[in-house]
Design a binder for this molecule. Sequence first.
Ligand SMILES: CC(C)(COP(=O)(O)OP(=O)(O)OC[C@H]1O[C@@H](n2cnc3c(N)ncnc32)[C@H](O)[C@@H]1OP(=O)(O)O)[C@@H](O)C(=O)NCCC(=O)NCCS
Length: 196
Amino acid sequence: MNARNDLLWDTLELRHPLPTDGYALNQLVAASPPLDTNSVYCNLLQCQHFADTSVAALIKGELVGFISAYCPPNDSETLFVWQVVVSEALRGSGLGKRMLTWLIDQPGTEKAQRLTTSITPGNRASWSLFESFARDCGAIPVKSMLFDRHRHFAGEHDDEYLLQIAPLPNRPDKPINHHLDDLRAGLRFSNRRWLD
Ligand SMILES: CC(C)(COP(=O)(O)OP(=O)(O)OC[C@H]1O[C@@H](n2cnc3c(N)ncnc32)[C@H](O)[C@@H]1OP(=O)(O)O)[C@@H](O)C(=O)NCCC(=O)NCCS
């Protein structure tokens, strides 16, 4: 770690989002291709309804990073990461991984046994972030098709692959069969093209 990083981490605040972060989040996402932009209203709802399962990163009051995530209504043991964003100037400093690590240690996510996310094939930074996080967890990432370019996006968006990371650290030990069931259950979002 160098002096720039020391200074960065000294001034960094990680906390759950507030509704008043919604507009700044909208601007940060809009400035961060290839992320899909959302309406301000959508970002306000993320900050309000998913606050306990999301994280905002601030430096001197400015929003510099965000993870929007939630537990799907039918699956309280999964934490699904919708979007991760780090402001351009801070990318590659370790902030993305810090936010993920912080988030899985919060009371609002403690029931989650696995983390899932969806990534387009060409998003190298995102694959690297989640693969590095999985390595740190001692977990094996499993990839499957989630939404197909033609079937789900009418050819207007890249494929979205589901990446599942389990088990997460600091959870009660589960028998190995549970993890196998886990892998199958985690693929219920996908069209199972890879495992069946
Ligand atoms: C994806 C993103 C959130 C990563 O955040 P970050 O803070 O830069 O990531 P980190 O610094 O924590 O890096 C984590 C790991 O990924 C690697 N990595 C980060 N960016 C990379 C890149 N462009 N190419 C290759 N590897 C990369 C780092 O080297 C690190 O690996 P290591 O732990 O083995 O050393 C950031 O690049 C971003 O905001 N991109 C635009 C929005 C986006 O695409 N979001 C993801 C889709 S939801």
